[in-house]
Design a protein around this ligand. Structure first.
Ligand code: CP
Length: 319
């Protein structure tokens, strides 16, 4: 069965997950994003690559960074952007997700950017569009349940490449709630595909998926041990909304063992960078002295997200 994400020419048709995409494809997206960063720096505001196209933002879960940067990216590519207000849409009256999709398809949509609490929702939409003959509409996964957040994974790779240049000599640590994190899954698939030789995951047993080693990572439960000599520290948010039962003693205890402080960061390489996808919980995952300190590249991540999303959307649209 062919990969739903690729068309018969091997080009990107939808972006649903990083898993299964080739190293060449990931590099092509990162390379495509670079000129968009330069365009933004030169203050050339709009490019005509998506002129006449309609991009629908369908966010069934809250978002600050992803929704807004997709909107900025689409507008910079000259698309018409429609932000569906889910609370005021017919979904709140019981309409199914696929009925909503059919109605938006009937409005001549060209692209759906989808965030949903259920893992697999964007995949379901892409399959439905194929089955109903509407697969000219592209689907971009903007985060589904605990499954994947591919554009976050890509903007994280863009950030690492910007500061470290080459992936093949790096040691990268991902810290915190790996179990519930779609971001962590996308980061792990991207890092291993791009040839990072050592990817570490650091967290308590209750917040690590069983058999996570199968993804090609080294597991550490002791944060100090896991941070020793790393080039990149990728912090994660505690996904309280996805936790069932008591997986943590308390936020204070979590911070003591797994919060990133200046003292713990000193164990990483002197030029290590600190990343966080946001939203950050200061004093729970990360100390403000680190979040606002010289190693943090958390806000540049957000800015790079615009260029990466411009690259993804223009590649989908055949640019
Ligand atoms: N990183 C991220 O997905 O942030 P938002 O939830 O604000 O989009």
């Amino acid at each position: 069965m062919r990969n739903l994400q690729l068309n018969s020419h091997g080009e990107l048709q939808h972006l649903l997950t990083i898993e299964g995409l080739s190293r060449e494809m990931l590099i092509a997206i990162l390379d495509a994003a670079a000129p968009f960063t330069e365009v933004a720096e030169r203050e050339v505001k709009k490019l005509p690559l998506l002129r006449g196209k309609s991009v629908f933002n369908l966010f069934f879960e809250p978002s600050t960074r992803t929704r807004t940067t997709f909107e900025i990216a689409a507008k910079r590519l000259s698309a018409d952007v429609i932000n569906l207000n889910i609370d005021a849409s017919s979904t709140s009256k019981g309409e199914t997700l696929l009925d909503t999709v059919d109605n938006l398809a009937a409005m001549q949509a060209d692209m759906f950017v989808v965030r949903h609490g259920s893992s697999g929702a964007p995949h379901l939409i892409a399959e439905h569009l194929l089955a109903t003959g509407s697969d000219h509409i592209h689907v971009v996964n903007a985060g589904d349940g605990r499954h994947a957040h591919p554009t976050q994974g890509l903007l994280d790779m863009y950030t690492i490449r910007n500061y470290k240049k080459d992936f093949t000599g790096l040691t990268v640590a991902i810290v915190g709630d790996i179990l519930h994190s779609r971001v962590a899954r996308s980061q792990i698939h991207a890092l291993t595909t791009l040839g990072v030789p050592e990817v570490r995951v650091i967290g308590p047993k209750t917040l690590l998926p069983t058999s996570v080693e199968r993804l090609g990572v080294r597991v550490f439960h002791d944060m100090r041990e896991g941070l020793r000599g790393v080039d990149v520290v990728m912090m994660l948010r505690l996904q309280n909304e996805r936790m069932q039962g008591a997986l943590l003693p308390s936020p204070q205890e979590f911070f003591k063992s797994y919060g990133l402080t200046l003292e713990k960061l000193a164990l990483a390489k002197p030029d290590a960078i600190v990343m966080h996808p946001g939203p950050m919980n200061r004093g729970i995952e990360i100390d403000s002295a680190v979040a606002d300190g010289p190693h943090a590249v958390i806000l540049p991540q957000v800015t790079f997200g615009i260029a990466v999303r411009m690259a993804v959307m223009s590649m989908l649209a055949g640019g």
